[in-house]
Write a protein that binds this ligand. Structure first.
Ligand SMILES: [Zn+2]
Length: 182
């Protein structure tokens, strides 16, 4: 049985429908069951029989894998998860900056294997969206949070919202408009 005293448990915040992940000896596991003393993980490959258990931060392989996941694949998953973690921990850092930061932590070969930057940016935006909020398909679907339409001094920054199909939005403060009128 393989043992590792320092399992690398993903600390990525998971949404409700996602399970906590564990990286152990180049395999990726998803949390299957949890008791007060142990955590039971299964290989993320559905058809695989690989299982492991974590007790007191010690991970033990309990059932051998039938899958063949290259360690490289595991590294890519790790990098992707790191991007996710970083973007959630730093919600106001631009996606391009997030990628640049994470890039420094991984070998070039791994990063080249990640999806294209534009697709990673899309993922970052998706991860950051509060749960249950879908990507708006039309302008009318866009719902602004108070933060998005309030200036630093607490006044409204949304000057006009036509609320029709064309949804014409004008962002300006009352004060700015007055200046323009003068
Ligand atoms: Zn497996």
């Amino acid at each position: 049985m393989a043992e590792n005293t320092e399992p690398e448990v993903s600390t990525t915040p998971q949404k409700r429908n996602q399970r906590e992940k564990l990286y152990f000896e180049n395999k990726i596991y998803a949390l299957n069951k949890e008791t007060s003393t142990s955590k039971y993980y299964r290989c993320v490959r559905r058809e695989c029989s690989g299982r492991c258990i974590e007790v007191d931060k010690k991970v033990t392989l309990t059932q051998q894998h039938s899958c063949l996941v290259a360690s490289f694949e595991c590294d890519i998953e790790k990098a992707r998860n790191r991007v996710k973690q970083f973007s959630l921990e730093n919600p106001f850092v631009a996606p391009s900056r997030v990628i640049a930061e994470v890039q420094q932590e991984f070998p070039v070969s791994i990063l080249q294997a990640l999806p294209k930057h534009t697709s990673m940016y899309r993922s970052i935006r998706k991860w950051r969206r509060p749960e249950g909020i879908k990507e708006p398909t039309q302008r009318l679907d866009i719902v602004f949070t108070d933060e998005q339409i309030t200036t630093a001094i607490g006044t409204s920054s949304l000057f006009h919202d036509s609320k029709d199909e064309r949804r014409i939005l004008i962002f300006a403060t009352e004060g700015c408009i007055q200046v323009c009128i003068k």
